[in-house]
Ligand binder design. Structure first.
Ligand SMILES: [Fe+2]
Length: 186
C-alpha cells in the first residue's frame, strides 16, 4: 500500500484515534507528541516529518494489543516506508525504517535505556530482535542513518505523555508538505 499526501490527514485523524499499543494515549497523540519533541529538540523538517509518521505502519496494520502478546511483530517500520516512498526522500524513510533498530542499539549502548522503556516497549523489544550484540551495534553506529534514527527514537520514547497539549495535526502536516517530493503537490 502506498499513500498520497492527502491520505495522511484522514489516516492519522481517523484510525489514529485508536490506542497506541499498550500505552494510555492514542496513535494520533503519539504521532503529534513525537513531532512536538522533534521540533523542541531542534529537528528540521525531515526529522519532524519522520517523527510524525514513524508509526503510521501500526495504523495501517491495525495491529491490536493482543498481537504483541501473541508474539507477532507487524514490522510496522517497513510497512510505513512502503506507504511513504512516493512522498518523502531517503532521509525521512531511513529514519523511520531504522527507528526500531535504534531502540535495540540504545539498549546495548546506554546503561539506563532499557530500564527506562515503557513496559509495552520492553515487551515489543523481544519481538524485534532484542538488544543488539557488539557487532550489530558497531555496524549500526557506522551507518549513514544512525544519527537520524536515534534522534527519532528519543522523540518516540518521550511521546507517551497523557494529556500533553501539542500543535494540531495540520501544523505538522504543513511542515511535512514542505519536503514532500510527490508531483501531486506541484
Ligand atoms: Fe512510536
Amino acid at each position: 500500500m502506498t499513500l498520497r499526501f492527502n491520505d495522511l490527514h484522514p489516516l492519522l485523524s481517523g484510525a489514529g484515534q485508536k490506542l497506541y499499543g499498550g500505552e494510555a494515549i492514542s496513535q494520533l497523540e503519539h504521532a503529534l507528541q513525537a513531532a512536538h519533541f522533534a521540533q523542541l529538540a531542534g529537528g528540521d523538517a525531515a526529522a519532524i516529518t519522520a517523527a510524525l509518521l514513524h508509526d503510521i505502519g501500526h495504523i495501517i496494520c491495525e495491529q491490536q494489543d493482543h498481537d504483541v502478546a501473541a508474539g507477532i511483530d507487524d514490522q510496522h517500520e517497513f510497512v510505513a516506508v512502503t506507504a511513504l516512498k512516493d512522498l518523502f526522500d531517503q532521509r525521512v524513510l531511513f529514519a523511520i525504517a531504522r527507528h526500531v533498530e535504534a531502540k535495540r542499539y540504545l539498549c546495548a549502548t546506554e546503561a539506563d535505556y532499557l530500564a527506562a522503556l515503557s513496559p509495552a516497549s520492553q515487551m515489543s523489544l523481544q519481538l524485534q530482535g532484542g538488544v543488539m550484540n557488539d557487532e550489530q551495534a558497531a555496524r549500526f553506529a557506522a551507518s549513514s542513518y544512525a544519527k537520524d534514527a536515534i534522534f527519532l527514537r528519543r522523540c518516540d520514547d518521550q511521546a507517551k505523555v497523557v494529556g500533553l497539549v501539542t500543535a494540531p495535526l495540520n501544523y505538522f502536516l504543513q511542515i511535512a508538505k514542505t519536503i514532500c517530493i510527490s508531483k501531486e503537490l506541484a
